[in-house]
Design a protein around this ligand. Structure first.
Ligand SMILES: [Zn+2]
Length: 159
């Protein structure tokens, strides 16, 4: 049986013709959460769809508060946006980060290393805090990061 993420293909349904006139294969799938829904086969093959939607919901709620199942999801978000700001020239804040030569400590390019260091040295992020660089012109590196509130961060910018 074919499986894509949480979805198991149960059967092929009749093809549909989409708005642009392409023929699309439709499959009926069961999701690990118990839901049964139809999907475009192509979306499964390309990896665009990995669950009935429950996966996204989980990620969003876990990010907000539920830290039980994936306790450090927020850290992954922190890491991801830090990497994006510094290395993705297409990201909006890039010009203020990567564009200004701000880098991420080499070892932290690996999320697991980053997570380990943060938890050992800064501990869990307190509510309403985010990762800040003490020296606004410095890199994301062990001597230059802390958890700070938005207010602390903006004071920091003005220096
Ligand atoms: Zn599901």
């Amino acid at each position: 049986m074919e499986k894509y993420g949480r979805l198991k293909v149960l059967s092929f349904e009749s093809d549909i013709i989409d708005k642009s006139g392409y023929k699309r294969k439709i499959v009926k799938c069961s999701c690990e959460c118990g839901n049964i829904k139809t999907f475009r086969y192509g979306d499964l093959r390309s990896g665009r769809t990995k669950s009935c939607g429950c996966l996204c919901k989980e990620i969003v709620t876990k990010h907000d508060d539920g830290r039980k199942e994936r306790p450090h999801y927020y850290l992954h978000q922190t890491w991801y946006s830090m990497m994006k700001r510094c290395y993705n020239i297409k990201s909006k804040p890039y010009k203020d980060y990567g564009g200004r030569g701000i880098k991420v400590y080499q070892e932290w390019h690996d999320y697991e290393n980053f997570k380990k260091w943060i938890l050992q040295n800064l501990g869990e992020r307190p509510k309403d805090y985010s990762l800040d660089r003490t020296n606004n012109d410095g890199n994301y590196e062990p001597i230059n990061v802390r958890w700070a509130t938005k207010l602390e961060q903006s004071k920091n910018r003005r220096k």
